[in-house]
Design a protein around this ligand. Structure first.
Ligand code: ZN
Length: 748
């Protein structure tokens, strides 16, 4: 009996299991939607900031599960958002596919609601017709991108009375595709009055050109950007629905940056012709397989098509294309043309013209070698030659544009890697692309530091760039690892978190942004560029500007005096950061903090006989105690003021320090995710308060923040052998015999 019952149970269990799997499968196959709200999606606790006195954008991106949804509206789906009564909905902008017509709305069906015992308003919002971007089916690695989305709704909201410290936004879809969520918001007030204009320029991105913002929405953004002393914004796409909006920015006194389209100079559009004629056979690159790229699966050469030598030879099709794209960008108003071509080191080009140019440039006797053998035999020469081809590309652009567009500045979007080692006489690493900033000489006006990691890494990276090149550096504070913060990337990261249960750790965004701005400026950035996509970033900006205006002369006119300062770490106990398992803060940022001696970060400048020492604590959890000893100071009395907290440090109750006392030193605390900028002056500086410090020597050795410098030569042979791997793999997969066009053999 018992056995029988067990068998019955087993059968029943199997039946239920099969039913369960069937239900699960049919659930998965059924279409449904996911919606993510930005900037709340940045945060693990979905708590984001809104402006008290400016307009805040809240972006909702739509994703599908199971199958694309081509008509969300026909299923009767409606989208509602409930806002606390103090927060008024001014406008909603709808994007329904890339470069599709878009709409903005200023009136909405609205009904009263109550939440958490408070008055709310429930707005009915437009929904995109199509949902074409899938939700992820597996987690993203690290902090990676997470896809774009072009089906979204942006709400522009603004309080009409003081906002309480904590409120929530509730939203839901009803109908065929129900989904809902909520997030917390807190108000941010920017400092009153006019902010000081800094010499270190700020540049920022305007609204996505494909969204049809109203004039009033753009004017509100202009009001914010003027408040923050942003001087340049991205040029508006002439073809996008925001066409003509450039005038709004221009009349408000902004200049423009651009050049994004130049990323495509090496790419084919399939037709390879324009009003000036068409590409010839010899304009196509010859790859590592010795074959021309014409007609090949574009993936074989990582979407690159044209020969760099053709690109720098006047009259040739690729040259004309380069100049045409450059002129278009200049015509659109861009005065800062930063070019992100990511010219590959090994994909191109091994055509007879490039090989001739290579042997000439390298002063080597010409010899017959297969492309791969050539790179392996002359890795350093090939590296330098490919950078030279890119330098000549910038040079060509300068020659063509400078006359017609006086004042236009041409920059390369580039960065150094592996900066612990040196490459010949070039210090601080190597460039992963054929655009080594140290080899660009006078062909560029600036470098756009393509760091994009966030945390301490960006500051160390900009330091390496500034120390190894004399070109001005535009730097990017506040990155989320691999990319900036954006609604598209964060939808992917939240989907990942839902699958893995992980956190990302962006909770210190405001603190890190302010710290990043100040540290990047001290490490050599002459301008800063980033998106003001959240109120807390604007607050960080305003506060950093107030500080920068007092100290930037040291960076721009002074000289570095790091060797006059010794800093010793006296912090006791381990940081809670050790236990942080969040993917970016506890993973990536912590990794670079450890790799690049983040424990003590300082920077000292000297100007007109006075000194400025920055002490940067990137630890998000622990206040540090650092001991400072200042050597070889001129004799006499000094005032010591922290320009971040506006505190004057006294010694044993005395206002002035002697040089002997400063050499013996003192310990000072650096709050977590923050910095001190200590100014050593002969005259007292204005301050809000004083703190008394003790003059005492440190009982531990001075910390070496450059201990990661290995003082050895990078193995260029090994480096180039690594760089060959991917292009060879692409050719194996997509190139050569797989192509039907057999007529591509390069004429020798
Ligand atoms: Zn070539």
């Amino acid at each position: 009996m018992k056995k029988n019952k067990n068998q019955k149970d087993m059968k029943m269990k199997t039946f239920l299991l099969v039913c369960g799997i069937f239900v699960l499968l049919s659930c998965q196959a059924k279409e449904s939607i996911r919606i993510y709200a930005y900037p709340a999606s940045i945060y693990d606790d979905a708590r984001c900031s809104v402006y008290q006195d400016f307009q805040t954008d809240l972006t909702f991106t739509f994703h599908y599960v199971g199958g694309k949804i081509t008509d969300l509206r026909s299923g009767g789906t409606k989208f509602f958002v409930e806002l606390p009564e103090e927060l008024k909905l001014l406008e909603a902008s709808l994007m329904d596919g890339w470069k599709k017509p878009n709409e903005h709305y200023t009136s909405f069906p609205v009904s009263p609601a109550e939440r958490d015992g408070r008055k709310y308003l429930r707005y009915e919002l437009p929904v995109p017709k199509s949902v074409l971007q899938p939700a992820l089916t597996k987690p993203l690695p690290g902090g990676m991108f997470g896809g774009t989305t072009n089906n979204l709704v942006v709400l522009m909201v603004k309080p009409d009375k003081p906002m309480p410290e904590n409120s929530k936004v509730y939203w839901e879809t009803v109908g065929q595709y129900p989904y809902q969520g909520e997030f917390s918001i807190y108000p941010v007030k920017l400092p009153e009055g006019k902010l000081p204009k800094t010499r270190i320029a700020l540049q920022s991105q305007t609204h996505l050109p494909n969204l049809g913002y109203s004039d009033s929405a753009i004017k509100e953004q202009i009001r914010l950007f003027r408040k923050l002393n942003i001087s340049a914004v991205n040029a508006q796409m002439p073809s996008g629905p925001n066409q003509g909006r450039k005038e709004l920015w221009k009349s408000a006194g902004f200049s423009f940056y651009g050049g994004g389209s130049l990323m495509h100079v090496f790419w084919s559009d399939g037709k390879d012709e324009d009003s000036t004629g068409k590409a010839e056979e010899r304009d196509y690159l010859a790859g590592l397989d010795g074959l021309r790229s014409k007609g090949v699966d574009r993936r074989a050469y990582h979407m690159r098509t044209f020969c760099p030598q053709a690109m720098i030879t006047p009259g040739r099709y690729p040259y004309r294309k380069l100049i045409r794209l450059g002129r278009e960008a200049a015509e659109a108003g861009s005065m800062f043309l930063d070019i992100d071509i990511e010219a590959d080191l090994c994909i191109m080009c091994y055509c007879p013209e490039c090989l001739n140019a290579f042997f000439r440039f390298s002063k080597l006797p010409p010899e017959k070698l297969e492309p791969e053998q050539l790179v392996r035999k002359y890795p350093e020469q090939w590296y330098r030659f490919r950078s030279e081809q890119t330098r000549l590309l910038y040079q060509a652009l300068r020659n063509e544009l400078k006359g017609d567009y006086p004042g236009i500045q041409i920059g390369a979007n580039t960065v150094l890697h592996r900066f612990g080692e040196d490459f010949g006489n070039l210090k601080y690493g190597i460039c992963e692309f054929a655009e080594d900033p140290r080899l660009m000489k006078e062909s560029l006006d600036f470098i756009m530091a393509d760091t994009l990691v966030g945390g301490l890494y960006d500051a160390v990276s900009v330091d390496a760039l500034a120390l190894s090149s004399s070109l001005p550096v535009i730097a990017i504070p506040g990155s989320s690892y691999c990319v900036g913060y954006s609604h598209a990337n964060f939808a992917g990261r939240r989907q990942t978190a839902e699958m893995t249960g992980d956190t990302y750790g962006y909770g210190q965004r405001y603190e890190y942004h302010k710290l990043g701005m100040l540290h990047l400026a001290a490490n050599g950035a002459s301008a800063l560029r980033y998106n003001i996509d959240e109120a807390c970033v604007a607050k960080a900006t305003a506060e950093a500007l107030l500080i920068l205006s007092n100290v930037e002369d040291f960076y721009l006119d002074g000289k570095r005096a790091d060797d006059q300062i010794g800093v010793t770490d006296l912090t006791r106990g381990a940081s809670r950061w050790q236990l942080d398992s969040s993917r970016v803060r506890g993973g990536i940022w912590k990794h670079y903090y450890d790799s690049y001696c983040g424990k003590v970060q300082s920077r000292t400048h000297q100007l007109n006989g006075e000194y400025l020492t920055g002490l940067y604590n990137w630890d998000p959890f622990q206040t540090k105690k650092w001991h400072l000893s200042m050597k070889k100071l001129p004799q006499g009395k000094w005032y010591l003021t922290d320009t971040v907290s506006n505190t004057r440090f006294t010694v044993g109750g005395r206002e002035q320090w002697s040089s002997e006392e400063l050499e013996k030193g003192f310990a000072v605390s650096i709050p977590k995710a923050s910095c001190r900028l200590l100014r050593l002056s002969r005259k007292p500086l204005p301050c809000h308060g004083t703190e008394d410090l003790k003059c005492e020597a440190a009982d531990k050795p001075v910390y070496n923040q450059y201990a990661w410098r290995q003082n050895k030569q990078l193995d260029i042979g090994k480096f180039m052998a690594e760089k060959l791997k991917r292009p060879l793999d692409l050719i194996r997969r997509y190139g050569g015999g797989k192509n039907k066009d057999q007529n591509r053999k390069v004429e020798k």
